[in-house]
Write a protein that binds this ligand. Structure first.
Ligand code: GTR
Length: 326
């Protein structure tokens, strides 16, 4: 390297160090299972941008996408201990830790995404965010998770009968296992990152998810049938470790809360666009999409899931309040 070149390189390096030191006193580490560009990843980046601007660079966020910090269940544990500061996950894997999250993981609890927004944007959502706190997490915001439907590599599912005996991956929560049993299928709970090869090798026949996840995970490449039965609308949540939270001043805590809230509309716009783009990509790839499906028998089969899981007064009350929300 010539003298000039190495001098320029040294200058650049020191400039970079100076910038990052001046820019961020504290960098919050945030986890996401999805790849770069996915709406949840971009929303947390946006939150970080707002936070950095508003705290004059005191607080920054670095998003570790693509499950770089681990699969959701493991990252949830690490977040409790403050190894990870922020975590964007589905509410599903929280079911065994925070009882209230079970309610939004019940099949067909929400009529549609609009209903879910009304519930989560109102007092029920506020209560749910608070419910995380005794368990070591600070609930910051809810994001969209679309509606989840079944896909598989074997045959088009046109009725419950077609699901009988199928091996279907679900998120790691008993509710989803019981949901599959109620539909006559065999549930296989497993981490998201293992699903592609499990379908490919035939360990499972299929799984269930929303358009953007079906597409971005590449699952559509190995599962050619997608049935829009829309059995679940599970919101996603952005939580912060209570350990990391307690290290912040009250002023910075308020800034984190506000920036997270402000990232929600950004997320919703990105989500809408991505749902369309993902659907187009999946259809163009030749996936057979079954839209003509009678949901009534699927809904009726879920009574046993509600009976088994909605047992405490707290959950009964939440279900009632959700159903009473327009
Ligand atoms: C996605 C969700 C992820 C993860 C995944 C899964 O829709 O955004 O957080 O929960 O589903 O099925 O594991």
């Amino acid at each position: 390297m010539s003298y000039l070149k190495s001098f320029a390189a040294a200058l650049l390096a020191s400039a970079a160090i100076a910038t990052s030191a001046a820019a961020c006193e504290v960098t919050l580490k945030s986890s996401d299972t999805h790849p770069d560009g996915y709406p949840t990843v971009e929303a947390v980046k946006q939150m970080g941008k707002l936070l950095e601007e508003r705290t004059g660079g005191r607080l920054c966020v670095e998003v570790f996408h693509s499950a770089q910090l681990g699969q959701e269940k493991d990252t949830i544990e690490q977040t409790k201990f403050g190894v990870i500061d922020l975590n964007r996950v589905s509410m599903g894997p929280f079911n065994n830790l925070v009882e209230e999250t079970k309610v939004v993981s019940l099949p067909y609890i929400f009529k549609n995404t609009e209903h879910m927004h009304h519930v989560m944007d109102g007092p029920i959502g506020e209560d749910m965010l608070k419910a995380f706190e005794p368990h070591g997490y600070v609930g910051l915001a809810f994001y969209d998770g679309g509606s989840r439907s079944f896909y598989n590599k074997v045959k088009p599912i046109k009725s419950i009968d077609d699901l009988k005996g199928m091996k279907v991956r679900v998120m790691q929560s008993d509710i989803f296992v019981d949901m599959m049993t109620a539909l006559g299928a065999n549930a296989t709970p497993m981490p998201y990152g293992e699903v592609y090869s499990a379908i490919q090798t035939g360990v499972i026949d299929g799984a269930e998810n929303n358009w953007p996840s079906f597409e971005s995970s590449g699952h559509y490449e190995v599962a050619g049938y997608y049935t829009l039965d829309e059995h679940l609308i599970v919101p996603e949540v952005l939580v912060m470790s209570k350990v990391s939270w307690d290290k912040l001043s009250a002023e910075d805590q308020a800034a984190v809360r506000q920036a997270a809230k402000d990232s929600v509309p950004v997320m919703r716009d990105l989500w809408q666009a991505r749902e369309k783009a993902s659907e187009e990509k999946v259809r163009a790839a030749g996936v057979e999409v079954i839209t003509d499906i009678d949901k009534a028998p699927f809904m009726a089969a879920m009574d046993s899931v509600y009976e088994k899981h909605v047992t405490s007064e707290n959950l009964k009350d939440l279900v009632k309040r959700i159903r009473a929300t327009d």
